[in-house]
Structures are given as structure tokens and as C-alpha cells.
Design a protein around this ligand. Structure first.
Ligand code: SF4
Length: 231
């Protein structure tokens, strides 16, 4: 059975580096990040946006216009038939990108040979993961990350700076951990307020990460490519 599609972005120049791409949003995510902007994609039993067959028709209309398709979410690695679905897309001549939070090691191993590029969310330091991100499993996240690093696939690690999930000191620790693992590209992303959020962090606490120039320059020194994404 093909994957369940929660949404499609038909054209992007920013979600798959150096490629013209479309994004397929998979329906369902086991995690519950407090800052999630895709809450409508969390429910595995939600209403599909379009059928797989309609998506394939869309792909056929985009041959030679797009370089790649990014499987995003929700959480693609939570889709049992991810491999078969990616293979169909790859066989049509598209490169495959993946946005993931690293929730399933075996499924990642299965799809790894199909992947060109991965954007990997590392939410916080591993020893705080399960306290801060409901339903997460830190050891699984770290195994997925190690697998990607060992594979040599093009990889961007990224962290959304929500002060409820990571502190400035923890961000520094995490950056040293990631750099020590050999990660070359690391992005920090500013938390954006979700309109339905009941108890958001203060704007001052959110801005504090970016006001700390010493911290930013220390992080920059650790990576070949260090990216700062402001909201
Ligand atoms: S991993 Fe992504 S989709 Fe899942 S809850 Fe977190 S932010 Fe939302």
C-alpha cells in the first residue's frame, strides 16, 4: 500500500538544496514537539490530501521540470511502505530527499540507498530528548543519525531553537556532539509562534539565542557550513 499523503508543495527551491523540487508531506507523526507547525499532519488517521495515484499523475506532469521530490511530514519513516513509494518516484527519474526526525532505524536502513539528501531534525541534547519531546526515543534518533553519517549521504542536521526544548548551554553541547560525529552542515532555526499554541515561550527567550554573538561564532567555528534561519 502506498504512503498516505497529507499535503503536497508542488514547487520549492529551498527544501532540497540546489535542486528544483516538490515536497510530499506524509500523514502521521509519532512525536509531539511543542512547536509543531504541522499539527494537522500528526494524526495517522487524518484525511488524505490526495491519493497516491493523483500524486503519480502530478509527477508524470513534472518530468524534466523538477530534479527531485522531498519526502517530508509528519514523519516519513513512520510510513510502512516508504521504500516502495520512494522506489516508484526514483524510477521515474527524480532524486529523493528526506526530512526526518529519525524515528525508525530499520526503515532508514531500507531507504538509505535511494536517498540523495537528508535534512535531519535533532531536537535537543540526547540525554534530555525524552523529557522534552513526547513519544521520542533518544537511542533511536542517535542510531539513525550515526547511520546517515556513516553512509556519506548529503546531510544537514538542524535544530529549532525553542527554549522549552533546548537551552543555550545545551545548544552548545549539542553542536560539539554533532561536530564530533563528523557532521559538516548544521542549521539553527528560529522558533516561530504557532497561532494555536496555548503556552508559547517568551519572545525574549526565543531571541536570546540569536543575540548571543559569542555563542553563534563558537557554533560557526565547529562546522564547514553553519546556517542561521531566522523566522
Ligand atoms: S517531528 Fe515534525 S511533524 Fe512531528 S511533531 Fe515534531 S515538528 Fe511536528
Amino acid at each position: 500500500m502506498p504512503i498516505i499523503i497529507g499535503g503536497v508543495e508542488p514547487f520549492t527551491t529551498v527544501d532540497f538544496p540546489e535542486r528544483l523540487a516538490a515536497v510530499l508531506f506524509c500523514l502521521g507523526c509519532p512525536l509531539r514537539c511543542p512547536y509543531c507547525h504541522n499539527k494537522g499532519l500528526q494524526d495517522f488517521n487524518g484525511k488524505p490530501f490526495i491519493s497516491w495515484e493523483t500524486f503519480i499523475e502530478f509527477l508524470d506532469s513534472r518530468k524534466k521540470l523538477l530534479d527531485g521530490i522531498v519526502f517530508s511530514g509528519g514523519e516519513p519513516l513512520a510510513q510502512p511502505d516508504l521504500y516502495e513509494s520512494m522506489k516508484i518516484v526514483k524510477n521515474k527519474g527524480f532524486e529523493i530527499g528526506l526530512h526526518t526526525s529519525g524515528v525508525n532505524v530499520e526503515r532508514l536502513k531500507q531507504v538509505l540507498p535511494l536517498l540523495t539528501w537528508v535534512g535531519f531534525d535533532v531536537k535537543t541534547v540526547f540525554n534530555a530528548y525524552e523529557d522534552r519531546i513526547p513519544h521520542s526515543h533518544a537511542a533511536t534518533v542517535e542510531k539513525c543519525l550515526n547511520l546517515l553519517i556513516a553512509s556519506g549521504v548529503e546531510l544537514e542536521a538542524r535544530t529549532t531553537l525553542d527554549p522549552r526544548v533546548i537551552s543555550k548551554e545545551e545548544l552548545k553541547q549539542l553542536a560539539y556532539t554533532l561536530s564530533g560525529k563528523g557532521i559538516c552542515t548544521y542549521a539553527i532555526q528560529e522558533y516561530r509562534l504557532h497561532p494555536l499554541e496555548n503556552n508559547p515561550p517568551s519572545p525574549e527567550a526565543v531571541k536570546a539565542f540569536f543575540a548571543d554573538k559569542d555563542l553563534l561564532s563558537e557554533l560557526k567555528s565547529l562546522f564547514k557550513n553553519f546556517i542561521v534561519r531566522r523566522a
